[in-house]
Design a protein around this ligand. Structure first.
Ligand SMILES: O=C(CCCl)NNC1=[NH+]CCN1
Length: 326
C-alpha cells in the first residue's frame, strides 16, 4: 500500500495551512479541511476580477480532465464564507499518491473571503463524503477515493506554530509525536470527525460538563470554538478580558498570563498551554484569544489552535480520532 506526505504551510497568524496539490498536472495550493468534504479550486471559469493573485485550474489545459455534465456544487462554511460552480474529473496527486478520476469542483463563484485570501487556491475536504455538496450525485473526497490504495486507511496532521508541518496519508510516523496516541470513537453520521467532549480543565481545575456539545476535529477552522459557558468560564480567569462584539470575540491585555485549557477528546483531556492560546494582536496591547465561543451552535469546533499543540490521527479504518503530544 501507498503512503504520501505533503507540507502544510501556514498563512499569517496560522489562520490556515496550505498544501500543494497536482490536478491534471497543474499545481494549486489548497487548504486541507477536515470540516468539509468538497475538493474545489479557483478556476478559469471565475471572473478574472476574482482571481487576482490566485493560481487557477484551467480544464482546457489538462489532457486528462473530463467534464461531469449537469453536475453543480454549492458550499457554505461555518465562518460564513462560501463558493459554488460545476464539476469534472481529473487525476489528483498529493505527495506522490495519485487518485485517478477524482471529482474536482470548479468554482464559478467564490465569496469575498476567498477572493482576498490570495494564497488559497481552493479547499480539499477531508470530512466524510455524505456531506459532499455535488448535485445530483454526491462525490467522494480525495482520501476516500485513494483510501483502498493506502498502507492503512488513515491520515495524520502535524500542524506547527508559525512553521511548516505535514499531512501524512496511509501511515503514522512515530517520529512526529511522543507518548501514546489517545483515541476517541468518531460518530461520522453527521459527516464530521465528531466525538464526545464532556469535560474540560482551566488552569488545572477540571470540570465535567455532561451538557457540553460534541466536538469536531476541524483543520479548516483557525480557532477553538467551545460552548458559550465554557468560554465565559475561561475568560473569567483572565483579568481585563472582555467579549468585544466589534472585535468579534474575547480580547484581553497581551500581557495576560493565559491559563492552560484542557479539552476532552473522548475520555482523554488534552491540555493546551496558555502561552500558545493567543491568536493575534488587535492592537499593540490588546490580543484576540484562540479560544472563542461557538455561540451555542450545538457543536464545539477544535481547529488549528489544537493541531498546533497535538499530533492528530484521523483513522477511518477504525472510525476513531486520536491525539498525541509532540
Ligand atoms: O466550515 C467549517 C465548520 C464546520 Cl462545522 N470548517 N471548515 C471551514 N472551511 C473554511 C472555513 N471553515
Amino acid at each position: 500500500g501507498e503512503t504520501a506526505e505533503v507540507t502544510a504551510s501556514p498563512e499569517a497568524n496560522d489562520a490556515e495551512y496550505l498544501s500543494p496539490v497536482s490536478i491534471g498536472g497543474q499545481t494549486l495550493n489548497l487548504d486541507f479541511d477536515t470540516g468539509s468534504a468538497d475538493l474545489w479550486v479557483f478556476s478559469t471559469e471565475l471572473p478574472t476580477s476574482e482571481t487576482s493573485g490566485h493560481t487557477t485550474f484551467d480544464p482546457s489545459k489538462s489532457s486528462t480532465f473530463k467534464k461531469y455534465d449537469g453536475a453543480t456544487w454549492k458550499i457554505s462554511y461555518g465562518d460564513g464564507s462560501g463558493a459554488s460552480g460545476d464539476v469534472g474529473f481529473d487525476n489528483v496527486a498529493i505527495g506522490g499518491a495519485t487518485a485517478t478520476s477524482q471529482a474536482v469542483e470548479l468554482a464559478t463563484s467564490v465569496s469575498s473571503q476567498f477572493v482576498s485570501d490570495q494564497a488559497n487556491d481552493g479547499l480539499l475536504g477531508l470530512a466524510f463524503s455524505n456531506i459532499n455538496t455535488v448535485s445530483p450525485t454526491k462525490q467522494k473526497t480525495w482520501f476516500e477515493t485513494i483510501k483502498s490504495q493506502l498502507e492503512n486507511p488513515l491520515f495524520t496532521a502535524d500542524l506547527e506554530k508559525d512553521a511548516s508541518g505535514t499531512y501524512d496519508f496511509g501511515n503514522i510516523d512515530s517520529s512526529k509525536y511522543t507518548g501514546d496516541i489517545h483515541y476517541a470513537p468518531v460518530d461520522k453520521s453527521g459527516g464530521f470527525w465528531e466525538f464526545n467532549s464532556k469535560s474540560y480543565s482551566i488552569g488545572g481545575t477540571k470540570s465535567s460538563c455532561t451538557t457540553c456539545s460534541p466536538a469536531i476535529a476541524d483543520t479548516g477552522t483557525s480557532l477553538l470554538l467551545v460552548d458559550d459557558d465554557v468560554a465565559k468560564a475561561y475568560y473569567a480567569q483572565v483579568d481585563g478580558s472582555k467579549n468585544d462584539s466589534t472585535q468579534g470575540g474575547y480580547v484581553y491585555p497581551c500581557s495576560s498570563n493565559l491559563p492552560d485549557f484542557g479539552i476532552a477528546i473522548g475520555d482523554y483531556i488534552a491540555v493546551l498551554k496558555g502561552s500558545d492560546l493567543t491568536y493575534a494582536n488587535v492592537d499593540s496591547s490588546t490580543c484576540f484569544g484562540g479560544i472563542q465561543s461557538n455561540a451555542n451552535s450545538g457543536m464545539q469546533i477544535f481547529g488549528d489552535v489544537m493541531f498546533k499543540q497535538y499530533f492528530a490521527v484521523f483513522d477511518a479504518g477504525n472510525t476513531q480520532f486520536g491525539v498525541a503530544s509532540k
